[in-house]
Design a protein around this ligand. Structure first.
Ligand code: PHE
Ligand code: NA
Length: 459
């Protein structure tokens, strides 16, 4: 659509395939891999859950990532307006753009609690740097963590710092330095995970952890576990909320969407599995509970750093790198909303960032309180499926398990059933066989899988 071209030209493109991969990896690799993946794996019994998760990545996540990048590149604008441009170009109902609105909303809700967990990571930099982890027992490490959770003001301070870090970058709208940093700091995070895996091998429980992660015991798999695995595939790959559309809009035409999407998915999965291999040997060696919940990495990794040589240094570096990974994800959570406010409402970037950021920060306070003062408050507790869920739990559940899969389902239906096949072929330019595999998976497998999981869990 010609009318859009001046806007597009103003936005510029990624300099290379690498620049896109770095930005997309920066978004994908984050707390989802290192904090969330291990604890939900522990809660859902290990191997069978991991297998379902890997299947969801390959057969649902990857095809949808390609579809989202494709929408972004075709539209060349922010997610909502890319949808608007494509629907008008292809003569489809403009209501489809609501798909991107769901995403923008989901990103905003996720950021509110993501920032609180990012704050935990900030707090552990100080704990590790001052040597407080050295020689501690599992009990005393557990006490440090529950001490943090019971202290709303400290949590608020770190949550505020994390949000401020995110807002500064989004307000400036320039990320080139950050993308270059991804190319150094992500490999560094990977290496530090390897260091912890190395330590984990000395605990004598590595084999048990490998068996826990990779030997499926289907008696431990529940329908709600399948929903969690599916939801996490969306969460960890940053899908269902327009991030990959936003980043895809900067992707030059001659770059393969399939190859770049595969690269990002593989890297994301590698980091998650490595985190699992780092954490579970420590869990078993110390007689901890794999299903301990959201605190799992903060109760296990500090033990490793407290026992290994140069642990204070490694621990400090590790949590710094974790903050960086969370920061690049946080930026991508806020970006689609700010871009939309800018384009749509004609607001200036600084004002939109400030407004959206402050509301998000306020909402984060509800998550902070649900860790302590409001820990018994379950607003939707009258429904069996939400029993005992705090505001924090509800936000996590609503976004990861409902909004993101729903957004992804709509993307699959829109691209698979409504966009013209010719448009898809020209964007993807893959061999006809690979194209038709992708097309079939997207049209049939993905929507049916998401719908079946939804129906089993919600009805
Ligand atoms: N993928 C990020 C992570 O795993 C979280 C995220 C979700 C970021 C959705 C953007 C969009 O930590
Ligand atoms: Na991730």
């Amino acid at each position: 659509s010609g009318a859009m071209d001046p806007v597009r030209a103003k936005r510029g493109l990624w300099s290379s395939r690498l620049a896109f991969i770095l930005a997309a990896t920066g978004s994908a690799v984050g707390l989802g891999n290192i904090w969330k993946f291990p604890y939900i794996t522990g809660e859902n019994g290990g191997g069978a859950f991991v297998l379902v998760y890997l299947l969801c990545i390959a057969a649902v996540g990857l095809p949808i990532m390609m579809a989202e990048v494709l929408i972004g590149r075709r539209g060349g604008l922010s997610p909502v307006n890319s949808m608007r441009a494509i629907t008008s170009h292809e003569g489809l109902k403009p209501a489809w753009r609501w798909l991107a609105v769901i995403g923008v909303l989901a990103g905003f809700l996720i950021l509110s609690f993501y920032s609180v967990i990012g704050g935990w990571a900030i707090s552990y930099v100080g704990t590790a740097a001052t040597g407080q982890l050295t020689g501690q027992t599992a009990e005393s490490i557990g006490a440090i963590f529950s001490g943090l959770l019971s202290d709303p003001l400290t949590l608020l301070m770190w949550h505020t710092l994390f949000m401020a870090l995110v807002m500064v970058v989004v307000a400036r709208g320039v990320r080139s330095g950050l993308e270059r940093a991804v190319s150094i700091l992500m490999p560094a995070l990977f290496v530090l995970l390897l260091v912890v895996v190395g330590y984990a091998m000395t605990t004598g429980h590595f084999g048990q952890a490998v068996a826990f992660l990779f030997q499926p015991d289907f008696s431990k798999l529940t329908t709600s576990g399948v929903l969690v695995a599916l939801g996490h595939a969306f969460f960890t790959l940053s899908l269902g909320m327009g991030v990959m559309m936003a980043y895809g809009s900067y992707l030059p035409k001659d770059i393969s969407i399939a190859k770049t999407s595969i690269t990002v998915s593989v890297m994301d999965t590698a980091v998650a599995l490595l985190a699992g291999l780092a954490i579970f040997p420590i869990v078993f060696a110390n007689g901890l509970e794999p299903g301990a919940g959201p605190g799992l990495i903060f109760q296990t990794l500090p033990l490793a750093f407290g026992q290994m040589p140069m642990g204070s240094l490694f621990g400090t570096l590790f949590f710094l790198l974790l903050i960086f990974a969370a920061w690049t994800s946080g930026i991508s959570l806020l970006e689609p909303l700010v871009e939309w406010l800018e384009e749509q409402k004609g607001m200036n970037r600084k004002v939109s960032t400030l407004g959206a950021g402050i509301v998000c920060w306020l909402l984060g306070i509800a998550s902070i309180l649900s860790l302590n003062l409001w820990s018994d408050f379950a607003p939707l507790g009258m429904f069996a499926m939400f029993e005992g869920k705090t505001i924090f739990d509800l936000l996590d559940f609503l976004t990861a398990n409902i909004l993101l899969p729903l957004g992804g389902l709509l993307v699959a239906v829109f691209v698979g059933w409504y966009m013209s096949r010719q448009a898809l072929e020209s964007e993807l330019s893959m061999s006809p066989t690979v194209f038709s595999v992708w097309y079939r998976v997207l049209r049939y497998f993905t929507p049916i899988a998401v719908a079946v999981v939804f129906v089993y869990n919600l009805v």
